[in-house]
Design a binder for this molecule. Structure first.
Ligand code: NIG
Ligand code: FE
Length: 412
């Protein structure tokens, strides 16, 4: 029996076909297949065309039809390339303090911030953490996200960080959303570590990462480069050692002060994330490199800070992914589409640039080239919105929720 399925007709299919990885885009570069359908075989897209053409192909290969009752617009399944959704507790108290004028760094210095979440996450069991990832990823799936990156980084001991990665792994095995795990044991130097930042990095390299590799818990590693977290020398040592060991790299860079993005470039990272503080030098360097800049507008909204200079990055010729950064501190909203829509309006991005940032450019930030476009050979991850005009998706700033989500050709 054929495992082929055909899905349609869609009022519009936004394929993202042929769009470049780097640089500015205009909406008229979008390929829009009107009255279209998709043919899916073995979980991958095998054809995108007018519904009429797909109907005859479907008959030929004996595909099952999934007839859509109401008009929908299809986009590639959305990709959230940066989250911290494995955590315990709430930081509503920090939020109130920030809203009243305290800064993120002042709150951290007073004992709140990341350390507060570390204490709560250390106290949680692996099962509780896994459940928290499952609950939050179910919400993401409902928002049209079919691939999500999830970081460790709220335990900051060998055992605690392994507990987080195992919790993420357990959630990952439950599916259907694809979870890409990342090690972030270098989030801050834990207050109870008896040594400096370089000694903590050496401890992680010696004691933590060999176990991660042995148990195949993650292939990606991240570090928060900032005065209150890790300096440039520690970051270079950490990243270059992990690159030699075969890890894919990403960096929390230039959030409050610059320096991290250059380390990301020099160490061959896939992405440099945040970049709110990046200036002309950093923008030009990123544009010349293969590093994908990742904007995290949810953090700007959660902190009341400036946005990543998305417009200037794109105009300089850089790529630009957009992710939610969902975490209990700086980005509690955790809504990719809402934050990306607001960011697009604030930064004067075309809708093609916003959609690229949460589809194939987000995939590239994760080193994935098998998703993010609805073209032949790509995973059949599809998000359907009940409308006839794709612009409504951004115009409604996250309030138009997907009415169907397909993961590898399966309706969720
Ligand atoms: O991406 N900047 C550092 N890390 C996270 C925030 C983590 C937290 O506040 O709990 C971020 O914003
Ligand atoms: Fe983050």
């Amino acid at each position: 029996m054929s495992n082929a399925i055909a899905i349609g007709p869609f009022a519009q299919i936004i394929t993202m076909k042929g769009l470049p990885l780097k640089g500015a885009l205009s909406d008229d570069q979008l390929e829009i297949v009107e009255d279209g359908a998709l043919l899916v075989e073995s979980g991958r897209v095998s054809a995108v065309a007018k519904a009429k053409a797909i109907r005859s192909m479907a008959t030929e290969v004996g595909a099952t039809w999934h007839e859509l009752e109401k008009p929908q617009v299809a986009t590639p399944g959305l990709i959230d390339a940066h989250t911290h959704i494995c955590f315990a507790g709430s930081r509503a108290k920090d939020y109130a303090a920030r809203s009243a004028g305290k800064t993120y760094l002042e709150i951290a210095q007073a004992g709140g911030g990341i350390w507060d979440t570390v204490l709560k996450t250390r106290a949680a069991s692996q099962e509780e953490l896994s459940k928290s990832v499952l609950q939050r990823s179910a919400r993401l799936l409902q928002s049209g996200i079919t691939t999500v990156e999830v970081k460790s980084g709220y335990a900051l001991t060998v055992e605690g960080e392994l507990k987080m990665l195992r919790a993420i792994q357990a959630a990952r095995e439950r599916g259907p959303i694809d979870i890409i795990p990342t090690c972030l044991p270098a989030h801050i130097v834990p207050k109870d570590f008896g040594g400096n930042a370089m000694e903590y990095v050496a401890y992680l390299l010696a004691e933590f990462f060999p176990i991660v590799q042995r148990e195949q818990l993650a292939k990606r590693a991240d570090i928060f480069v900032e005065a209150e977290a890790f300096g440039l020398a520690e970051a270079r040592h950490y990243l270059s050692t992990l690159q030699e060991r075969g890890f894919d790299l990403t960096v929390h860079a230039d959030q409050f002060s610059v320096g991290g993005s250059q380390v990301a470039i020099d160490c061959g990272a896939y992405s440099a994330d945040h970049l709110e503080a990046s200036g002309e030098t950093e923008i030009q360097a990123l544009a010349k490199s293969d590093v994908i800049p990742v904007a995290l507008p949810g953090a700007s909204l959660g902190l009341g800070c400036a946005f990543t200079p998305g417009r200037r990055l794109l105009d300089a010729g850089a790529s630009l992914a957009i992710a939610s950064d969902w975490n209990p501190g700086s980005a509690p909203m955790g809504d990719l589409l809402t934050s990306a829509s607001i960011f697009g309006m604030a930064e004067k991005l075309s809708l093609a640039e916003v959609l690229s940032g949460i589809t194939f450019r987000g995939a590239a930030a994760l080193g994935l080239n098998d998703r993010g476009r609805l073209v032949e050979g790509q995973l059949a991850d599809i998000t359907g919105f009940e409308t006839t005009d794709y612009r409504e998706i951004f115009y409604q700033q996250g309030q138009l929720r997907p009415s169907s989500v397909w993961k590898k050709g399966q309706l969720i």
